[in-house]
Design a protein. Sequence first.
Lengths: 246, 313
Amino acid sequence: MRAGVGHIGSSLSIADILSALYGESLIIADPNDPDRDRFVLSKGHAALALYAALHLRGWLSHETLATYCQDNTLLGVHPEWELPGVDFCTGSLGLGMSYATGSALAARMQKSSRRAFVLISDAECNEGIVWEAAMFAAQHNLSNLYVIIDLNGQQALDYTKNVLDLVPMVPKWQAFGWDVHEINGHDRQEIVDCITSCGINSRQPHVLVAHTTFGKGVSFMENQIKWHYWQMNEQEFKLAIEEIER
Amino acid sequence: MRKAFIQTLIGIAETNERVVLITGDLGYLVIEEFMERFPDRFFNAGVAEQNMVGVATGLAEAGYIPFVYSIVNFATLRPYEVFRNGPIIHHLPVRLIGVGGGLEYTNNGVTHYGLEDVGIMRVQNGLQVIVPADSQQTRSALLATWNLPGPIYYRLGKDEKALIPGLEGMFDINSIQVVRTGRDVLFLTLGNITLEAIKAAGELSKRGMESTIAVVPSLNPLPLDSLLQLVKDFRLVLTVEAHYINGGLGSAISEVIAENGVSARLIRCGIRVVPDGSTGSQQFLYHKFEIAAEELAKHAEDEVNKLRNSHEN
């Protein structure tokens, strides 16, 4: 609230996915370990949720977290690569998908068992580079690449169905040669189990189409377009905290 | 220069396993040997240049040195933002290879003319911009720079055979390379259009005007000391480039002259119009856009005469 910036709804949409990744799925002994799993938050505008995850993993102190969007901080609206635990700077939609594809390719070339995870938004699939990367990953059988789509049905100005309708999402990825799973993006265990089970012997890259609710957990934000950019006032902040802690 | 480039890269790749080559489905009869020698380190990214640069970013973060190869415009303009946000912002050693700078794709038409690549690359802090003038310099430039930290853009010519007399493969990232000396006019040149400046200098010599010609093979950063040392001795400097007039070598030199209080008169020779559809050979296009030897000589002669007249008055 102090920062006076938006993207709160988008961050709440992915909080459970990040909890599953950073709480269980990602194998990262140390953010500087060259053989760590890579994670790219391609929908960089939801970095607020990522900062919370990095904090809970112990890589970001409470003091640093409190500098969010202040002067001389690495914690801006979008994540910067200089921050321990952030592999790539994102904020321009689509690019992270392609970086992660390169990370997965590098892991295979180096005969490493590490994996590359990338979280993209549904509207991010408007970007051509997403599909360029999707073709490349399938062509090269990058089964160590995991894409998670935050399918909340919203984008900055409208619902996705009114902008560039993405339905049906699953057959699109199947047609591109991917191993596709549909999951509840707010069920942490389901996310973890899906990642664990999906195609160890597969030759295909994996995509988890995660059904999510924009603004999840805060009733007055859920599914509301305005909370893409809207900033909370003090009263809204109190209400939101009460609802989340309930 | 493409063949010299690939042959040199093969030599480097033999001893350095970090070197990877990615093409955007281009390089027929040029890149096959690399592909055959290093099948595990060669990728055809398809006609998808944005992803090509994005994948290279991911590879570089994991320790590789990816060389990304395409025609100038498809290497630079299409994936520009990916290159900016990826390798440049992250200080990663991705090498972008743009083939056919200027008008070398001739009758392929205006979509294939590479006319603003140096300008858009030169504005990127932290990006080395290297423009060899012939095959020999391509080889020495690559050997001297492939392992530098951070990203590099190489603008290569298509001509494999033409050599710049006097250049003899010289390359030093901190220096311009003088290939002819004379006291009246200084030509600063970008890439293989240097040959036109050499022809112009020959013509001027017949008319009693002697020229110095220096190739400027690295633009970002410019070899400032060696440039200033030369430029301060001339009253007339002409920059010559197969590039739009704004943003490229001429702009770079005008910045140097202005910022350092040099009193030389600068004539920027480059392309000053939006190219229309009438196309033809490179020589035809050089004439059309007034950057062939004849036009360069005329620009120089007119200015030399003006300076002489003003001096006499």
